[in-house]
Design a protein around this ligand. Structure first.
Ligand SMILES: *Cc1c(COP(=O)(O)O)cnc(C)c1O
Length: 357
């Protein structure tokens, strides 16, 4: 605490990111991609490192937005880019949500930890809606009296996806407020809501290059929505920082989006490894949720999640667990390379055997 902090800063509880330690760890704790970015991305970064860096970046990133538009089939005026989808999400919260008529913003109790942080920072009243016993989002809980709805689909950390029909049901029943569908993991499973954009002026779909495009270190995300919403987000951006995505990041992201072959290859490989790992965990007695993401959420009747996590860390393997909540019995394992996951299963089996002895 400091007397110089304003009341908001004194009151906020910031988001706590996973650890990024020095040393030789197998990192299965932050849903990062185990594959390097595409070689074309590295080349684009090298080419962008030139004298032009003395100029400000293109403020709206037209080249990158064109590549995104081509990839998904939308014109430029439907696309907004930001410094990671975290920033895009924060700006959407600022642009579209407010306290009105005693209604509330709604999102699930188990979901991405930044949503309540943004809501608190902006003093928005919100309701966290419990996911059901199977950790599924129940759409019936989102059908009225909202000032906004935010759903990660597939959801984190549950790894479950909602069918498109249920997303559409939420949109139909919330036509007076904005519905954000956070598709950070959509390339690993589930059905995208992009096909609904033209029918629903209240829909924003956010995406990131951090997970499926192996570019977490570059910080690029984007969203797609009808132009009226995009203009609103631009008003926020241009009231804070007109140049949120730097020249190098724009070039890197453009190359990443364009290298479809590399993208397909790495995503397919990761999905395969995910499914192998799921089976391997089930074989050693874990209950594993069917994942539509690049991570697995798993629990074991006999072993404590915190203790497994700590013991794996001693063997230089990082995973995550979520203390003090509904899923404190679960571990979350991001999917690494096939080899890394074999090492993980091996280490885990050893720990479990030792524990029994
Ligand atoms: C990782 C993640 C993000 C953040 O992505 P960045 O583009 O790296 O900021 C957003 N939403 C969810 C659900 C995520 O898991």
């Amino acid at each position: 605490m400091s007397k110089f902090w304003n009341a908001i800063v004194q009151g906020i509880e910031p988001y706590a990111a996973g650890e990024q330690p020095d040393g030789d760890y197998i990192k299965l704790n932050m849903n990062e991609n185990p594959f390097a970015p595409s070689p074309q991305v590295i080349q684009a970064i090298q080419q962008a490192a030139n004298a032009d860096l003395r100029f400000y970046p293109h403020p709206n990133g037209d080249d990158l937005r064109e590549a995104i538009g081509e990839e998904h089939g939308f014109p430029l005026d439907h696309i907004f880019i930001g410094n990671g989808s975290d920033e895009v999400l924060a700006m959407c919260f600022m642009a579209f949500f407010e306290n009105k008529d005693g209604k509330k913003l709604r999102f699930p109790d188990l979901t991405y930890g930044f949503y309540p942080v943004y809501a608190n920072l902006l003093a928005l009243s919100y309701d966290t809606v419990p996911v059901d016993e199977d950790l599924k989002v129940n759409v019936k809980d989102y059908l009225h009296h909202n000032t906004g709805v935010v759903i990660a689909n597939p959801n984190a950390p549950t790894s479950r996806a909602l069918p498109l029909k249920e997303i559409e049901e939420i949109l139909q029943h919330n036509q007076d407020c904005v519905v954000i569908i956070d598709e950070a993991y959509i390339d690993f499973g589930g059905t995208s809501a992009l096909s609904l954009i033209e029918h629903y002026p209240n829909l924003v779909v956010t995406r990131t290059l951090s997970k499926s495009r192996s570019l977490a270190g570059m910080r690029v995300g984007y969203c797609i929505a009808q132009p009226e919403l995009i203009e609103g987000i631009n008003r926020i951006k241009n009231s804070i920082n007109s140049h949120t995505v730097d020249t190098v990041a724009q070039a890197a992201a453009e190359a990443a989006i364009k290298d479809t072959a590399y993208f397909n290859k790495t995503v397919q490989s990761l999905i395969q490894t995910r499914d192998h790992t799921k089976e391997a965990l089930r074989q050693i007695g874990f209950k594993v949720i069917d994942s539509s993401t690049n991570f697995l959420l798993a629990t074991h009747e006999k072993y404590d999640a915190a203790s497994l996590t700590n013991q794996l860390k001693k063997q230089k393997i990082l995973i995550r667990y979520f203390p003090n909540g509904r899923i404190n019995d679960y571990i979350r394992i991001s999917i690494g390379t096939e080899e890394e996951m074999e090492q993980f299963i091996h280490a885990l089996t050893d720990i479990m055997n030792d524990d029994k002895a």
